[in-house]
Design a protein around this ligand. Structure first.
Ligand code: FAD
Length: 466
């Protein structure tokens, strides 16, 4: 059943934004909407409620876990270009295992440790179902699933100036509903809307194309010649899995950090090439070094686009070449802060603990416990980030790639929230995994040798919470 929330009792909308030097504001409880019940939405709901806010989580799926809820279904347009296609949220393939050790992935006070249960996956790099079950345990443990409205899609989020509130239109089957909230936290994930690279000549190329979003298992590729575009974690996993069944597998990569072009060691049907130059009507695919193959299928492993089809912000938040902005600290659009925020925008990070810190900060800011700088100061900070990225030659599309910068970022958030600093062992696990992947691409998930880091993690897990 749907609950119509009365807005009569909601607190009045304070003037925004707060600026330093203002008298301390009273601690208040807000009525907050969270879009999405993946890892980001779940931890956000928990942190908001802990801070005393009232929370409604909108989830268009029928269970919590987001991307980790595997489905064998694929989209009707497998390359993801047709906006009217039937869509599928998860990009997880059947054999997917985590690319980080489980201990590094867990929330700070709810460790992702192996369970003594034959139905669970105890591996250090477990399969996708184990991650989903961890998130479902987390939601149950803290009663977050009670806050979630399942099979309810947010179709419009709009700031109503006269009321100084957010109006959310949601749809559950054939019923639409409008509700009013003080604040909205967007946690809709960013691995669902395929980004496809332009391949010259593709319109006349006779083969099949798809995006890795729609890859599930290798069976349909039996005896085929497959070309994958991209050199990401998915391209890497999928190419190795396909090499077991396909006739030939070719990877076309823009940047190659650690491998050499040509036939790959330990495989007799897997090659690495530079980028595709063009493709032709006769089925050939030509690479930039002059070599070519005749192929049946191209799989675009070229990443995803940030996509907020429901969000109406009058231009205060735009997506430009995969930069979502302007966002102060990748979270608050200065002109709408703190009433609109985003959890989970950065990538090349250990995701769940970062989501936790981001959402603690948002919850504290919304209650007035933590003060944001002025709108102008936040804009200056965003501009400084853009200038430094430009000066270092970082493309716009990598604005939210943190990688080495994540410790500083997380510690900054922890400092704002008054939380302990980000644990050293987490980052050491991250770096050890990156190193292991470079050295032993095929076996890094099973030859995990940094047991001392696991011991450090466990020492932290048994410490009483401060
Ligand atoms: P999601 O998990 O995508 O959740 C978003 C939720 O929002 C979904 O439930 C969706 O149904 C809902 N939603 C979206 N739009 C609406 C709407 N309009 N109305 C209502 N609900 C909506 N990270 C790791 O830490 N370790 C890994 O090993 C790892 N492996 C990965 C492998 C792949 C192939 C991919 C693509 C990503 C991987 N990641 C990994 C990153 C992963 O994205 C994060 O771990 C995390 O699960 C993202 O959580 P999220 O809540 O931001 O998004």
């Amino acid at each position: 059943s749907q609950i119509k929330i009365s807005c009569a009792s909601l607190p009045s909308f304070p003037s925004m934004p707060q600026s330093p030097g203002h008298a301390p504001q009273p601690i208040v409880s807000r009525h907050v909407a969270v879009v999405g019940a993946g890892a980001a939405g779940l931890v956000t709901a928990r942190e908001l409620r802990r801070e005393g806010h009232s929370v409604v989580v909108f989830e268009r799926g029928d269970q919590v876990g987001g991307l980790w809820v595997y489905t064998p279904n694929v989209e009707s347009d497998q390359i993801g270009l047709d906006p009217t296609r039937t869509t599928v949220h998860s990009s997880v393939y059947h054999s997917l295992r985590t690319n980080l050790p489980r201990d590094s992935m867990g929330f700070s006070d709810y460790p992702f440790v192996a369970k003594d249960d034959p139905d669970r996956d105890p591996r250090m790099f477990p399969g996708h179902r184990e991650v989903m079950m961890y998130l479902q345990d987390f939601a149950r443990e803290f009663g977050i699933d009670e806050l979630v409205r399942f099979e309810t899609e947010v179709v419009r989020v709009r700031f109503v100036e006269e009321e100084e509130k957010w109006k959310i239109k949601s749809k559950q089957r054939y019923t639409e509903m409008d509700e009013i909230f003080d604040a909205v936290v967007v946690c809709n994930g960013h691995y669902t809307q395929p980004l496809v690279s332009h391949v010259p000549g593709i319109n006349k190329w006779p083969g099949k194309q798809m995006h890795s979003h729609n890859y599930r298992d290798p069976k349909p590729f039996q005896d085929q010649v497959v070309v994958l575009i991209g050199n990401s974690a998915s391209a890497f996993d999928i190419s190795r899995e396909l090499a077991g069944v396909a006739k030939e597998v070719h990877i076309a990569a823009r940047t190659v950090k650690y491998e050499t072009f040509g036939k790959q060691p330990a495989y007799d049907n897997l090659w690495l090439h530079p980028m595709i130059k063009n493709v032709c009507e006769d089925g050939s695919i030509h690479f930039q070094d002059g070599s070519f193959v005749i192929a049946n299928i191209i799989i675009h492993c070229t990443g995803y686009k940030y996509h907020f089809p429901f969000l109406e912000t009058n231009g205060f938040v735009l997506v430009d070449d995969n930069r979502v902005g302007p966002l102060y600290k990748h979270i608050f659009p200065p002109a709408l802060a703190p009433w609109l925020s985003f959890v989970g925008i950065p990538f090349q990070v250990i995701t769940f603990p970062m989501f936790e810190l981001q959402s603690k900060w948002i919850a504290g800011v919304l209650s007035n416990r933590i003060t944001l700088p002025s709108q102008e100061q936040m804009m200056e900070d965003v501009k400084a980030l853009y200038s430094s990225l430009e000066a270092s030659g970082t493309p716009k599309r990598d604005t939210h790639a943190l990688d080495d910068k994540q410790v500083k970022y997380n510690n900054w958030l922890a400092g704002q929230c008054g939380c302990p600093a980000y644990e050293d062992w987490r980052m050491e696990m991250y770096y050890a995994t990156v190193k292991g992947r470079l050295a032993h691409l095929e076996s890094y998930r099973d030859e995990w040798e940094t047991q001392h880091l696991v011991l450090q993690a466990y020492q932290d897990f048994i410490k009483p919470a401060s």
